[in-house]
Design a protein around this ligand. Structure first.
Ligand code: URA
Length: 253
């Protein structure tokens, strides 16, 4: 059991004082009856609660979000963490919009890398996405300081052994552009099913190639929304979330 004001504050992601105001103002109804007592005990596990509890005339079932799932286009110089003493974090970029949520990145990009970061407060979901055994595919556009070679492509396919002896799982490296006169030979699309620290930079490093830019464009079956400028974000659609949750959509292997 839980106090009504506490439940509402959590469910709506608003401060407790705000939730009390709504209740005292007669804007909250339980089973169609206005409830002005903030200390009313409710059963937060009651599956009918979200339909029975209405705020400003709308059942919580239609507004309540247990968790938040965001797609963010990480800009350069921002770190993939919740908080950092020195640098701006990906969570800092969305904090004003979700002041009551503890959003954290489900996966990392280097400080210099850009692109698709998933932010959520759903620990179970993050765990599933990141679990090594699930092998969720991630796709990157990599700008090299030298052309992509057949040797690199074959090496990635076979599994690169890093300078420190760690053997990487097979990956895909291919030209990002279609063949033809407009093809940039230094631009590669890389698909990984692993997440080892600085993995792509270290894999290309084995061939003496440096990475000038690295942008993640896809996680599992979900592509980064091209309309999102660096630093911009939006909530995942229900379809995107469902696709990521699919055992063979969000993860394979
Ligand atoms: N590999 C890297 O080297 N850096 C990233 O940010 C992601 C993959």
């Amino acid at each position: 059991m839980m106090r009504l004001d506490k439940y509402l504050a959590t469910a709506l992601g608003i401060p407790r004082s705000e939730s009390r105001k709504k209740i005292a103002g007669g804007r909250v109804a339980l089973g169609g009856v206005v409830c002005k007592k903030a200390d009313t005990q409710i059963d937060e596990n009651d599956p009918t609660l979200a339909a029975a509890l209405a705020v400003e005339g709308r059942a919580l079932a239609t507004t309540y979000q247990r968790y938040v799932y965001l797609m963010l286009n990480k800009p350069q110089g921002v770190v993939s963490a919740s908080r950092d003493a020195r640098d701006t974090t990906v969570a800092d970029l969305v904090r004003d919009a979700y002041p009551r949520r503890n959003l954290f990145p489900a996966g990392r990009l280097d400080k210099t890398s850009t692109g698709f970061i998933l932010l959520t407060d759903d620990g179970g979901f993050a765990h599933d996405i990141l679990a090594p055994g699930r092998h969720v595919e991630k796709q990157y556009i990599v700008t090299l300081d030298t052309p992509l070679t057949p040797e690199m492509m074959a090496g990635f396919a076979a599994g690169v052994t890093l300078a420190d002896g760690q053997a990487m799982a097979p990956a895909v490296a291919e030209f990002a552009d279609a063949p033809g006169p407009g093809q940039d030979p230094c631009k590669a699309r890389v698909t990984l099913r692993q997440g080892v620290y600085h993995q792509i930079k270290r894999m290309f490093g084995v061939y003496g190639a440096g990475v000038n830019a690295l942008h993640r464009e896809k996680i599992g079956p979900v592509a980064m929304d091209a309309a999102l400028a660096p630093g911009a974000w939006r909530e995942l659609t229900a379809a995107e979330l469902a696709a990521l949750r699919q055992p063979h959509g969000g993860a394979q292997g």
